[in-house]
Design a protein around this ligand. Structure first.
Ligand code: CMC
Length: 425
């Protein structure tokens, strides 16, 4: 174990360093406050703060590397299925055929919702954003499964959550378009079942298009985990108080909703449509993004960690071409996205700041081609991110060193003041 030296107020302190399996170095400051008599670190936005040690996902943002449990995203995306990735992330190793069959079977078995939950959907206005419904329904699952925190029920509740989330998501869509709710079917795979619940109607048979199903698998896999991002840190933060699985994940869903995080995929689509309606004048929007006073950012561009291509965006750019061609969809927004990317990547503003397309840049175009409406895009991201949130929550729970998360602050408000009664103010 190495050490780092800190000189503060004329005194020298030695702080231990921690080295990860990919040689990343962290200075362990857990004793800093005690040693220095009160000094803390200040790191707004946590860009330099490691909140935990984790063996789930590795990212090297400078080199554009993403690996789940050591496996490169490119390999998993090419050959894996989403439920296999769920197993890998949550249980730490790739499943055998038998383990995967059993896991898939239990996901199928638990996909129905308690009938009473349907009544909850009825209370929402038809315009309700499906992210609000998803988050509140996931919290509500804790009312149907109140013993979810019990050690012997953890695996069962993990499966319940993964299984029921697709049912909740598709019901929120059916609610928004006024169609009857479609029940899950046990003869379909996880991804087929979701598409069936989204797009089938009782009046006629629905056959899942294999191109759409493969695209869905790919999209979910690419979103499955991304180490300590905003929503995952939220899940860990809430979970650190020993809140139950459903409450912790529901908090993560809310964090994901914001336009700087998962909500960006909806915003990308809205931006591309706006550019299209404005005569495809993408250069104007690149210029606007460079002008800070415009308040406009290129949505789907930039990332806190990637200072090189986001490897997920590379895969999705190719997938957008392939899926649209296979489905015979000619979307003018794809051309705008390509042009926007090209212009931005050659522009000094974006080059200097190392701004590249991120995972959200092309995903919406593929979701649209699959028939998924824009306001469901962030829900799709949430469905994909579920195994990541769950595995991070589980890892935190199983770590004997876990403590409630409780950051400190540097107070900048008024110093002690004397209270004046209201009539004397
Ligand atoms: N368009 C124009 N300028 C940008 C953009 C953008 N999309 N992103 C960052 N910049 C500029 C920013 O103005 C700043 O410039 P300067 O150094 O001159 O002040 C510089 O690049 C660094 O930006 P930052 O806001 O300090 O970077 P951050 O690490 O705090 O934010 C981000 C990362 C993803 C929130 C940001 O790049 C952004 O707002 N992107 C658009 C929203 C988006 O696509 N979000 C999805 C992220 S990927 C999915 C996920 O995992 O959430």
């Amino acid at each position: 174990m190495g050490t780092a030296k800190l000189i503060y107020d004329g005194k020298e302190y030695e702080l231990p360093t921690v080295v990860g399996s990919e040689d990343e170095v962290g200075v362990d400051i857990s004793k800093l406050r005690a040693l220095t008599g009160g000094a803390i670190t200040l790191d707004s936005g946590y860009g330099n703060t490691g909140s935990c040690q984790s063996s789930i996902t590795f990212i090297n943002g400078e080199k554009g590397i993403l690996r789940y449990r050591g496996y490169p995203i490119e390999q998993i995306a090419k050959s894996g299925t989403f439920t296999e990735v769920c197993y890998l992330l949550i249980y730490g190793s790739l499943p055998t055929r038998q383990q995967l069959d059993e896991f898939n079977e239990s996901l199928t078995y638990h996909s129905m919702l308690h009938e009473d939950m349907k009544k909850l959907f009825e209370g929402y206005p038809p315009t309700a954003h499906p992210m609000a419904i998803l988050s509140s329904m996931v919290t509500s699952l804790a009312t149907y499964y109140p013993h979810s925190h019990r050690e012997d029920r953890i695996d069962l509740n993990i499966v319940r959550l993964l299984a029921k989330a697709t049912t909740i998501a598709s019901l929120s869509y059916k609610k928004s378009i006024g169609q009857p709710f479609i029940y899950p079917r046990n003869d379909l795979s996880y991804t087929e079942n979701f598409l069936h619940m989204m797009f089938a109607v009782p009046a006629e048979p629905y056959v899942v298009n294999p191109v759409v199903e493969r695209a869905l698998n790919l999209l979910l896999i690419l979103h499955a985990d991304h180490e300590q991002n905003c929503s995952t840190s939220t899940v860990r933060m809430v979970g650190s108080s020993q809140a139950n699985l459903y409450a912790s994940i529901a908090a993560g869903i809310s964090a994901l909703w914001g336009p700087l995080h998962g909500g960006a995929n909806q915003k990308v689509m809205e931006m591309l449509k706006m550019i299209h309606e404005d005569g495809d004048n993408y250069r104007k929007y690149v210029d606007m993004a460079k002008d800070k006073s415009s308040g406009f950012r290129l949505m789907g561009f930039g990332h806190r960690v990637y200072k090189n291509f986001d490897p997920r965006a590379k895969i999705l750019k190719q997938a957008a071409d392939d899926v649209l061609e296979d489905l015979g969809v000619d979307d003018p927004l794809l051309e705008i996205a390509r042009n926007l990317e090209q212009v931005a990547l050659e522009d000094e503003f974006f080059i200097q700041r190392k701004l590249y397309p991120n995972v959200d840049f092309y995903s919406g175009i593929i979701y649209s081609a699959m028939g998924i409406p824009t306001n469901m895009f962030t829900v799709m991201f949430a469905l994909g991110r579920l195994p990541g949130w769950i595995s991070q929550w589980k890892e935190m729970r199983e770590d004997p060193k876990s403590r409630i998360n409780r950051p400190r602050q540097i107070y900048t408000g008024p110093t002690e003041s004397t209270y004046t009664p209201i009539d004397e103010r």
